[in-house]
Design a protein around this ligand. Sequence first.
Ligand SMILES: *Cc1c(COP(=O)(O)O)cnc(C)c1O
Length: 377
Amino acid sequence: MRIYLDYQATTPLDPAVREAMEPYWSDSFGNPHSEHRHGWQAAAGLDKARQDIAALVGADAEWTVFTSGATEANNLALKGVMEAAPAGRRRLVTLATEHSCVLESARALELRGYDLSVLPVQRNGIVDLGLLEETLGDDVALVSIMAVNNEIGVIQPMAEIGALARNCGALVHSDAAQAFGKVALDVQAMSLDLVSISAHKIYGPKGVGGLLVRPGTPVATQMHGGGQEGGGLRSGTLAPALIAGLGKAAQIAAARMDADRAHAENLWQLMLENLPAPHLINGDLERRWHGNLNISFPGVDGARLLADLRRVSVSSGAACASAAGRHSHVLNALGVPRDQAKASLRIGWGRFTTEEETEKAAEMISEAVAAQRRMAA
Ligand SMILES: *Cc1c(COP(=O)(O)O)cnc(C)c1O
C-alpha cells in the first residue's frame, strides 16, 4: 500500500462528490443547453453549483464562468483582460512565483506587445508590498497574484494587494486553485475582480474549474463558438457531471473549512516532529496553508529521494515542472541556492490523510534521508 502525500498536484475524489456526479453519467445525459426535457434535466444542477461556488468567495452566482480548469481560467483572465483593456493601460503585473500557466500566458502577452512586470518575492515567498506599490501606475491594466502557492504553500496578502491595485485603477485577478475552499477568500474585502478555481484541488473531478468574474468586468472572449458561458465569454458544451462535482466539492469545503484546516495543522506538527534534522523549510512558516511542506534535507538529492521512496508519493516540485525536468522557478525566486533546491521535497496532505499515514511516511522519508547521508559520509 502506497501513501499519497502529493495533495498540491491533485486530491482524491470525495465519495460524496462522486455520488453527486452519478445521475449525469446516466439518466440525465442530455445537452444542458438544449431546450427540451432532456436538456433541462441535464442543466438542473448548474445553477445550484454556480451558487455554491460563488458563495465560497462572497460572490453571486452570476460571477461563475465554468472552464476546463484553472489553467484555462488563468489564460482567459490574463489574455481576456489585457485584450479588453483601455488603450492607455498596457501593463500586466504578476509575481515570479506564479503557476506556469500564469507566467506563460504573461510571456505570450509580452510577445504580442503588452508591457509586463514580473515582481520578485521576499525570501519567505511573500510579495513585497512596497515594491508592488512602486510598480503600480496608471498604465497597469491587471494585477495577477496567486492566493496560495502550489509549491511552497505561502498565503499572499490579497486584501492589501487588492487595495493597492484598486487605488491605481487596475483590475485584480487571483489564481486561487490552491486557496479556494481551503482558506477564507472574499471578493469584496479583497477587491478581487477575477478568481480562478479548479475542482481537482478540492476533492472534485479533474477537467473542470472556473473563472469567477465580477459582473461588468471587460474580458475578451478566448474560446469562440456557441457562447454558452458568461454571456458569450466562453463557448463549449458544459459538462454537467463535472460541474455537479465541483459544486458539491465547494459545498463540502465551505462546511468543512475549519475542520480541514485544523486537521492539516495537526498533521503539519506531526510530520515535522518526525522528520530528521538538519532540514530547512522553504516558504513562510506562519502565513501558509499547513497542508503543504516544502523541505530541503542538506546533502540529499531530492530526485534520488523520490526514487528511493517506493511507498510514498511525494514530489520534488510542481508536477508540471518535474515532468519537464526543470528546476523550480519558485525556489529560485526565493533565492534558495541550487543545492538546497535540489535537496527539496514537496509533501502535501489533506482531508483523507491519517495520523498513522503521516507518521509512517515521515519514518520512511527519514530512513531514505539517513541512507543517502550515510552513503555520502
Ligand atoms: C493546479 C493548479 C493550476 C492548474 O489547474 P488545472 O485545473 O489543473 O488546470 C493552476 N494554478 C495553481 C496554483 C494550481 O495549483
